[in-house]
Design a protein. Structure first.
Length: 389
């Protein structure tokens, strides 16, 4: 099921008739209201849902603009969330039990990436209506212990959401272990089809990386749906990277092509690719906050404390929220997260999304059982990976 929100009218200052982006050196003032003759309900388009209509609420929070910085402090994992803004859509999985089709996964591929041009004006969309869509992803599963001498133990077991018959993800689980790399990526037909990445505490540090196999000549917007479950704990997070294709096609001693790590965590795991020149990355920890954006390895923005207005999303493994990175006019990049009440929105100045690049979605797990409280689920649910030129 495709869920693609309408792209808002964009300029240096205005995202819609009812929402203004303020620069960091301006004091946000005034309330938002629809101009004369504009219905407030027309300010934003309601996205579709798979099982129930989306709830629309009045926008009541100023979107902030964050000036880039170059700090390198490590992200915290113990920050509580604070309120955010704008109306969400929800994607809720049904609780029916169905038979899971076979999946196609790989741990590492060696094909050379070539830059392809999208159809004029058309987005690239993987909606995962069928398991065959997984074949359009390059997938790597990395454990830090792989590069020990001798290799360490990666046998640890953990539960993945949905049993083998793709039952209710809240109440049914499948047994997984770190040595079964292909098993950590799987597909279910629930909610029109979606896929899962799952990783537990099988080593000190593990990364699952997934990327559409093609490179994109121009990228102006990247969207994806994922769960923001509180049960994932505070030591599991998502990273989205836009990496020049030339970087991926350059061999790395690790043998990895699409597995990268934040320089702040190189003291934990330095065996994979570092963020290098030209790489734009978004590190997103949905529970503890402290999400950040980096360019060429340097932190340029940090946003702690999001998702407090999403109690339904935080309490569920089945609900998926839409996330988007959008290049705005005026050399700005917006990060937007759908919530239960009003969207979390942040804007970074003096940055753009790289062209001639691959888009990589990754799950990082750093000893999740050490989280306070410990993680009780280990699965990110993904859908509707979209790249717009």
């Amino acid at each position: 099921m495709i869920v693609v929100p309408r792209i808002l009218a964009q300029s240096d200052e205005v995202l819609s008739p009812c929402l203004v982006v303020y620069d960091a050196d301006r004091a946000p003032t005034g309330d938002f209201a629809a101009p004369p003759g504009i219905d407030p309900d027309d300010c934003f388009a309601a996205a579709t849902t798979t099982t129930e209509p989306a709830t629309t609420t009045t926008i009541d929070e100023t979107t902030t603009t964050v000036d880039p910085t170059t700090t390198t402090e490590a992200p915290t994992t113990t920050v509580e969330e604070t309120p955010t803004s704008e109306a969400p859509t929800t994607t809720v999985e049904p609780t029916t039990t169905t038979t899971e089709p076979s999946t196609t996964t790989s741990t590492t591929t060696t094909s050379t990436t070539t830059t392809t041009t999208q159809p004029p004006g058309g987005p690239f969309i993987l909606d995962f209506d069928t398991a065959a869509d997984l074949s359009q992803l390059e997938i790597e599963v990395h454990h830090r212990a792989d590069h020990n001498n001798p290799p360490g133990n990666i046998q640890g077991g953990y539960p993945g959401d949905h049993d083998g018959g793709c039952g209710d993800p809240t109440n049914t689980k499948r047994p997984l272990n770190g040595n079964d790399r292909a098993g950590s990526i799987y597909w279910c037909p629930n909610s029109g089809g979606h896929f899962m990445s799952a990783m537990g505490e099988v080593d000190g540090y593990s990364i699952i990386s997934m990327s559409p196999t093609q490179a994109f000549s121009t990228i102006r917007r990247i969207c994806w749906d994922q769960n923001v479950s509180e049960s994932l704990g505070r030591r599991a997070w998502v990273e989205v990277l836009v990496v020049p294709a030339s970087v991926i096609n350059t061999p790395h001693p690790s043998g990895h092509r699409i597995t990268f790590n934040n320089p702040e965590f190189f003291d934990v795991d330095s065996t994979v690719r570092p963020h290098v020149t030209g790489v734009l990355s978004l590190g997103y920890m949905p529970i503890s906050g402290d999400s950040h954006m980096r360019f060429s390895g340097a932190k340029i923005a940090n946003w702690p404390d999001q998702n407090p207005n999403d109690p339904a999303g935080r309490a569920s493994v089945a609900i998926r929220r839409t996330h988007c990175l959008t290049e705005l006019a005026g050399n700005k990049v917006e990060f937007r997260v759908q919530t239960d009440a009003a969207d979390f929105v942040r804007v970074v100045n003096n940055r753009s999304i790289p062209d001639n690049a691959r888009v990589i979605f990754s799950q990082h797990d750093y000893t999740p059982l050490k989280s306070e409280p410990p993680a009780t689920t280990f699965t990110f649910h993904w859908d509707n990976l979209t790249v717009e030129p």
